[in-house]
Design a protein around this ligand. Structure first.
Ligand SMILES: *Cc1c(COP(=O)(O)O)cnc(C)c1O
Length: 370
């Protein structure tokens, strides 16, 4: 068996320990004689799996009792419309546009009410996080929306926007559980787990209780799009993604066994520093993001156009880099089509050795091609 270093932006690398455990339990989960995939979501063993997953997540993130935890389906993309449908009471919300995902979310808000663009970094291909210390936020807004880590562009909010008392809603898909978070600063946090936590098909939402629609408000929200439905049924109104939740639960335990979110943050900082330090000193490669906005999770980089001035030669070198890296067992390094070049996603489960192997490969490529 040979495992590669998988730098995919998502679905992405999972901890090897978790995969081995799941493999060992595949045919017979804890003496039930069946796999978790074959089990009723109303069964005792599955109830224990989802209860434990929630308890461990609450522990990891220190989630206060007045926040609900939901395991949902439909991808992060379905939340884009659910958020305005559930929370737009005054029919107005502010969005900070830091990339495609925030933009897509803001588009859905317009189906429900008025979407105000509070700030945007589109002028420079979303390569930075705008100053959010004094945004044009007004009292008649229901919430302020951010995409906290921009998977495609490799930027991250290192300071949360000053929302002037308006609830903050954050898409944390690509930074969820990568560092400690003060949940009380948010009205809602949500994440598609396929980036940093588990297999595709589960969205985790953490929602402040008082924002959940009331009985009266619920009359106008379709059942499966209403957060209250899953709150009232502990995420079991209908069949959830049982196997996905089971794997997420294992990842939570893996995080707890590895120093919790403080522990993983330290490792993530170390890994990112190895790559960013190399990029900052490289002649051939250059990062595409303003230093103050850099993500610890997604690192886009290109062949430096100031060094390789012919655009065709630059594109050819980048394609060659990706192809040769793949042969060397460093896979999924091609950048998103809107940025070009390369992108290394170095999520929680990417070992430090993987980042070191990537940097060693980049050094060698640079020596051979400069
Ligand atoms: C991948 C991604 C999404 C979309 O997730 P789906 O589960 O495919 O809908 C949304 N937001 C961010 C930040 C992402 O990285």
């Amino acid at each position: 068996m040979s495992r590669v270093y998988n730098f995919s932006a998502g679905p992405a690398v999972l901890p090897e320990e978790v995969l081995k455990e799941a493999a060992a339990e595949m045919l017979d989960y804890k003496g039930t004689g069946m796999s978790v995939m074959e089990m009723s979501h109303r069964s005792k063993p599955f109830q224990a799996i989802i209860d434990e997953a929630e308890a461990d997540l609450r522990d990891l993130l220190n989630i206060p009792a007045n926040y609900k935890v939901l395991f949902l389906q439909g991808g992060a993309s379905l939340e884009f419309i659910k958020i305005p449908m559930n929370f737009m009471r005054k029919k107005k919300a502010g969005y900070i546009i830091t990339g495609q995902w925030a933009k897509k979310a803001s588009k859905e808000a317009k189906f429900v009410g008025e979407m105000v663009t509070l700030a945007s970094s589109e002028d420079k291909t979303f390569s930075y996080i705008p100053d959010c210390s004094d945004l044009p936020i007004t009292d008649d807004m229901d919430y302020v929306y951010i995409c906290e880590n921009n998977t495609i562009y490799g930027t991250k909010f290192h300071t949360l926007p000053n929302t002037k008392g308006i609830p903050l809603i954050a898409d944390q898909s690509s930074c969820f559980l990568s560092e400690p978070v003060d949940v009380t600063k948010y009205g809602m946090i949500y994440a598609g787990v396929q980036k940093n936590v588990g297999p595709a098909g589960v969205v985790i939402a953490i929602i402040r209780e008082d924002l959940i629609p009331t009985e009266e408000e619920s009359k106008k929200i379709p059942t499966m799009l209403n957060y209250k439905t899953q709150v009232d049924n502990n995420s079991l109104f209908n069949t959830p993604n049982c196997y996905g939740i089971y794997i997420c639960g294992k990842v939570f335990k893996w995080l707890k066994a590895n120093g919790g979110l403080e522990g993983i943050q330290k490792k993530n900082q170390e890994k990112a520093a190895i790559l960013y330090d190399f990029l900052d000193n490289s002649k051939l490669f250059v990062g595409t993001v303003e230093k103050a906005s850099r993500s610890l999770m997604n690192v886009p980089f290109i062949v430096n156009p100031a060094v390789v001035t012919d655009p065709e030669k630059k594109a050819a070198l980048e394609a060659d880099f990706v192809a040769q890296a793949t042969k060397a067992g460093l896979v999924n390094l091609k950048g998103h089509r809107s940025v070009g070049g390369m992108r290394a996603s170095i999520y929680n489960a990417m070992p430090k050795a993987g980042v070191e192997a990537l940097v060693a490969f980049m050094k060698k490529f640079e020596e051979e091609n400069l």
